[in-house]
Design a binder for this molecule. Structure first.
Ligand SMILES: [Zn+2]
Length: 181
């Protein structure tokens, strides 16, 4: 599939975000990775509640899938399109993956690490910098998050934050260490 316009990539990212909310009550954030020729490599939605994985943000899910699709970790020439400004972890992962361009919808004043709180992706001290375009489809991206947080405040909302994923009951027992400091 060739993504010819940013709009189409945002449509896919927004859809992945909506799907994450519907499926597991995850915060609706979606991300897409497109290569230099415009071929779609991966789409990812936030899977934190679904998998119980604190690192399963949409960007990480999409970057991992894109690297698998390419057969290598280096995503040179690729663009990462995401509905919400990446956090420090995801901005760091985009740098580690050598992404060329980051395009995102709405700023995240609480955790954003591209424009709001830090600028991880354009820090000249790091070995790689990423070109940034922000504010594309910002209204649509903001509306999706607003809908989610409005619904979550209502008592009958899906995605109870205290619910455990299915694998939790069968997890291996952790080792115990008597540590003294
Ligand atoms: Zn993140």
């Amino acid at each position: 599939m060739v993504v010819s316009r940013w709009d189409e990539a945002f449509d896919l990212a927004l859809k992945a975000g909506r799907e994450a909310w519907r499926r597991s009550g995850d915060v609706p954030v979606g991300a897409v990775v497109v290569d230099a020729e415009g071929y779609l490599l991966a789409v990812g939605g936030n899977e934190r509640e679904l998998t119980g994985d604190p690192t399963a943000h949409a960007e990480i899910v999409a970057l991992r899938a894109a690297a698998r699709q390419r057969g290598r970790w280096r995503l040179t020439g690729c663009s990462l399109i995401v509905t919400l400004e990446p956090c420090a972890m995801c901005a760091g992962a985009a740098v580690a993956a050598r992404i060329d361009r980051l395009v995102y919808g709405v700023d995240d004043p609480k955790a954003g690490a591209v424009a709001s709180l830090f600028d991880v992706v354009r820090d000249p001290r790091l070995p790689h910098q990423i070109a940034v375009t922000r504010g594309l489809r910002a209204d649509d991206c903001a509306a999706l998050l607003r809908d989610f947080f409005t619904h979550r405040r209502s008592p009958r909302s899906p995605g109870n934050p205290n619910s455990k994923p299915k694998w939790f009951e069968n997890r291996p027992k952790p080792n115990h260490f008597d540590l003294e400091f």
